[in-house]
Design a binder for this molecule. Structure first.
Ligand code: CA
Length: 449
């Protein structure tokens, strides 16, 4: 902008502002925007101009979350007033004791004291839809938005330091054989079986020639218990979202062998998924919620907001952790505890944009990877691949994301043009082509399928 334009708009602004009481508020807000931005209360939201055809059917929804960085957009959408702004004035963000509890709560729905949806690892919404993890009760769900990428890691107990356990495991066979003869198999935990963290551990091990089903013992432990179990020595490793892996380093219990951002840069992580019956009944409220979360994701993605983000999510109401544990990871600053240090914002949890494009958009090609990986490890029958694309079309409602993004006025450049992000590449050079998942499976050395 030229200095003439600058002066002109400033003069005009002062002239207008001086004329009204509202103006003095604007001036104040202009001087100090983050602190002075008012939270939108329900009464104010009613006054905000929501186009008549976008007014949500309900103002209430109950969303489950887990105390890990993945849930930040949900918490921020509530705390910064984005839900209220789009007319969702009574959103209940409900902390879940663990993933099993989240599954059980979505199975019964909010009318029975459960939840309508919320934060999920993949492919949980698929497994719930087909009754695979809900005692054969099929509860159809829709995947609507990706909450984040990265922000997860694999933590290793301190006694295994300096033994070559890193992103790539030197002399892996020898190491795990020795652990076995030293008193039982190496024990690695994830927070829920057959989902993200299970896949990250398995991928990382198998890439170094370790068979996760034969050479180590894998077990399920809720995030919040992982630190205690590492302390008492009942566990050798775990994978979950921050702040838990970094806490291991901070409390000098161990180190981080691999950040998930190193295993697969800009990998798919966790998602917003809802009961399909809730979405079908409340299509406008669904889009209102999506618009609010998209706005929260853009807010979260801004590194200038990360300090405030940490202050909000770390409180007792949400994660209940010391903010210092989250501050580093949120800025892409990790002391991995084994001498390695990372200081790179592109390695932090990202919520809106990453090197490959939009984070929030739920790519169907990523769902296909999760289903393919499920076949790889024998969690789903081999023939699931033949019907996977139809299954994905039923569960993944990227079409609703697109409609919401359009209503929210998201820049066209931020809206992916394809349901596929294309060929994906992992740290060991393996490639996943969504056009040919069988070729990926065929190329893998360690697998059950
Ligand atoms: Ca995770």
């Amino acid at each position: 902008m030229s200095s003439f334009n600058n002066n002109f708009s400033r003069r005009r602004f002062i002239a207008t502002a001086g004329a009204t009481a509202l103006g003095s508020f604007l001036l104040k807000a202009c001087g100090n925007p983050p602190e002075d931005t008012p939270k939108v209360t329900s009464t104010q939201a009613a006054k905000i101009n929501i186009p008549a055809d976008q007014v949500p059917e309900v103002t209430k929804v109950k969303l489950g979350y887990l105390p890990i960085v993945e849930s930040a957009p949900l918490i921020i959408a509530k705390e910064k007033g984005f839900f209220a702004k789009y007319g969702m004035t009574d959103v209940d963000i409900s902390k879940q004791a663990n993933w099993g509890a989240a599954r059980d709560n979505v199975k019964i729905g909010s009318s029975a004291g459960g939840i309508d949806g919320g934060q999920w690892q993949m492919p949980m919404p698929y497994l719930i839809s087909e009754g695979i993890i809900t005692d054969n009760l099929k509860v159809p769900m829709y995947v609507l938005l990706q909450l984040n990428t990265q922000g997860n890691g694999i933590a290793i107990a301190g006694k295994h330091k300096d033994k070559g356990v890193g992103l790539k495991i030197d002399k892996a066979k020898e190491f795990f054989e020795k652990a076995k003869s030293d008193g039982g198999k190496f024990k690695a935990a994830f927070t829920f079986p057959k989902a993200n963290q299970d896949f990250w551990i398995r991928y990382w091990l198998a890439a170094s020639g370790v068979d996760p089903d034969a050479d180590v013992e894998l077990l399920t432990v809720p995030s919040a218990q992982t630190v205690a179990n590492m302390k008492t020595g009942t566990m050798d490793a775990f994978s979950t979202g921050d702040p838990w892996p970094y806490r291991i380093v901070q409390e000098k219990i161990g180190f981080i062998s691999a950040l998930t951002a190193e295993i697969w840069k800009a990998h798919p992580e966790e998602y917003l998924a809802m009961r399909a019956d809730w979405v079908d009944k409340n299509p406008k409220a669904t889009k209102a919620m999506l618009k609010a979360i998209m706005e929260a994701q853009q807010w979260c993605d801004n590194f200038d907001n990360r300090k405030e983000l940490v202050q909000i999510v770390a409180t007792k109401n949400y994660y209940g952790v010391a903010p210092e544990i989250l501050e580093g990871p949120m800025m892409g600053k990790y002391d991995l505890g084994d001498g390695r240090k990372v200081d790179d914002k592109s390695m932090a949890p990202l919520y809106w944009k990453d090197a490959k494009g939009n984070v929030s958009y739920p790519y169907q090609s990523h769902d296909l990877w999760f289903l393919t990986e499920s076949v790889r490890w024998g969690f789903l029958p081999k023939d699931s691949l033949a019907t996977a694309k139809d299954w994905i079309k039923k569960v993944n409602r990227e079409d609703i994301w697109r409609e919401a993004a359009k209503e929210a006025g998201i820049a066209v450049a931020d809206i992916p043009t394809s349901t596929s992000r294309g060929i994906e590449e992992f740290f060991d050079g393996t490639k996943f082509d969504p056009e040919n998942p069988q070729a990926y499976l065929d190329g893998l050395k360690i697998k059950k399928a």
